[in-house]
Write a protein that binds this ligand. Sequence first.
Ligand code: NAD
Ligand code: ZN
Length: 363
Amino acid sequence: MSVAVPGRTYDVTIGEGVLARATEHLPPMPAAERAFVIADAAVAERYLATLAEGLEDARLRTVHLSVPQGEDAKTVQVMTALHRQLATQEAHRSDPVFALGGGSVGDLAGFVAATYMRGVPFVQVPTTLTAQVDAAIGGKSAVNLPEGKNLVGAFHQPVGVVADVSTLATLPEREYRSGLAEVAKYALTLDLELLASLEADPSPVLRREPAALERLVARCVRAKASVVRGDERDEGGRLVLNYGHTLGHALERLDAFASRSHGEAVATGMVFAARLSEATGRAPDGLVARHVRLLSSLGLDPGAPLPPPEEVLGAMRMDKKYRGGVRFVLLEDVGRPFVDDGVPEDAVRAALEAMVPTGGTDR
Ligand SMILES: NC(=O)c1ccc[n+]([C@@H]2O[C@H](COP(=O)([O-])OP(=O)(O)OC[C@H]3O[C@@H](n4cnc5c(N)ncnc54)[C@H](O)[C@@H]3O)[C@@H](O)[C@H]2O)c1
Ligand SMILES: [Zn+2]
């Protein structure tokens, strides 16, 4: 599948076993000698050798640059260490940087590739469901500051994305389910066929059958690419990708709830957005119930308890995007998202109170 960005397109290759033949799916890099592959130790142990063998066949020597696992990799310190390793090894401008791993490694490696020598070729090899359906597509890269997530970053599109769905077999269950929340997001906001197939039978996806995963990842990539194409630099159109994320981010910001995975927080956020859509009369009754059914069938717990409404509102006010009212992506129905820029706090408070389990939850 091709993703168009202004001035060029790049291929996103999705399949079983494509990791071993990554270069076949990338544009030729005749001047490149070495591939600098950024990966944490756990991912490298499983998948680096397979990737490296294929690169070797294309006369690219692999240099592994190791980073901490997960979000801990996305720091200025780790980034600087990588810049310096590239410099001491005399990486040159044609040598590509590869991200092999989840979204954290992708975001970090993308920013390193964007900034080392003002930009070197970058290849995404996502190995988590979240990265395959979301983080690896769209060209956003970033590291965190103590003051906040993703505060330093750049847009740097990859020359290619190679998503091997067989790597998802080793993903811990919780990571996998977290990715399924983003899948549900695409299904509910943008892809009614995907929604119908998940509603009809989620079991092939839950069993991580490669053929089902290949279709699923492809549909999600197509959905994300279509949105990103119209809004490469994140100036408005991409907002629908934030469905469920207004409350989701607020929950992640509240320490007592930070143990929730991103996907779990987004799942709760989507149920909340559906509730707000119903409560403001924009969506038909039944939307909330449909969300709860879908998310539960994917192993997510949309009825998980919420903090007190005032705490949530406080966390929402800290959002970069907060402007008086709260900005939400809502649905007129499944497949029909719209952005409401100023949902009054009273409406948010009322919907939160309706969510707080005072004896009964949404289920
Ligand atoms: N740039 C974007 O558009 C975008 C979009 C969504 C998320 N993100 C970012 O992505 C990050 C989250 O990414 P994530 O959810 O992929 O998790 P992650 O990258 O933070 O962590 C992944 C964890 O799973 C392990 N892992 C990775 N692949 C594995 C595999 N195949 N088998 C077994 N273990 C494996 C890793 O070792 C690591 O511990 C966040 O920092 C978020 O901000 C960016
Ligand atoms: Zn998300």
